[in-house]
Design a protein around this ligand. Structure first.
Ligand code: GLN
Length: 212
């Protein structure tokens, strides 16, 4: 079975382990560059993208992640993971701890949120807004056979725009919520929370193909 890493810094790592196992992969926790080097593909879980990004920098993983994605490693991001695979992020959290005030009396500006990138898309964080912070909706996902996928959205991002190389796989309410670009896959929703492993199976198939 292909070894599929799950970036295990923060977020719903365990649920992705279960889904990957059901989809025929061997899940591996990735917290260090040495562990990243061993995997055939990587899942970036749902959680809090600012926290995952900060921990990735602190653990010396951000550059190795960018390098492996650039080199063609298959990667799948759900929700916060989608944000981390986006080349550009909009509307990052205004909260940034430990920021120097700057001394001029002007409000300190938050530096841009770090991202791994790889998918030519602009993703807006927490895009579905307050009234809709969590909801479920059936989604037709291109490449997933056998009926709609139940989309679980939790303070979910949407894809504001995609570049030419990115393919839109699913739309909800006029907003793109699933994208693929080569061996990279991203969903605004959390298939790992539903017991339906078809999206993970699609990703594991991508990992198998890339490995062959
Ligand atoms: N709102 C979170 C973020 O911006 C993502 C939420 C999630 O992964 N369920 O990182």
């Amino acid at each position: 079975a292909p070894a599929v890493g799950v970036l295990a810094l923060q977020g719903d790592v365990r649920e992705h382990f279960t889904a990957l196992t059901a989809a025929g992969a061997r899940p591996v926790a990735v917290r260090r560059p040495e562990e990243l080097a061993e995997v055939d593909g990587l899942v970036v879980p749902g959680g809090e993208s600012t926290t995952i990004a900060k921990l990735a920098v602190a653990f010396g993983l951000m550059e190795p992640l960018r390098e492996r994605v650039r080199a063609g490693m298959p990667a799948y991001g759900s929700c916060a993971g989608m944000i981390l695979l986006a080349d550009k992020i909009l509307d990052p959290s205004p909260v940034f701890e430990g920021e120097p005030s700057g001394g001029s009396g002007a409000p300190a500006r938050r530096p841009e949120q770090e991202t791994v990138g790889g998918i030519d898309m602009i993703v807006r964080r927490n895009a579905f807004g307050r009234q809709n912070e969590s909801f479920e909706a059936p989604l037709d996902v291109k490449g997933v056979e056998g009926g709609p996928v139940e989309g679980v959205f939790i303070r979910a991002p949407w894809v504001e725009s995609t570049g030419e190389r990115a393919e839109i796989l699913a739309v909800h309410d006029g907003h793109t919520v699933a994208v693929r670009q080569d061996a990279l896959l991203a969903t605004s929703f959390h298939p790992e929370l539903t017991g339906d492993h078809r999206v993970h199976a699609m990703f594991v198939e991508t990992v198998r193909t890339a490995r062959a």
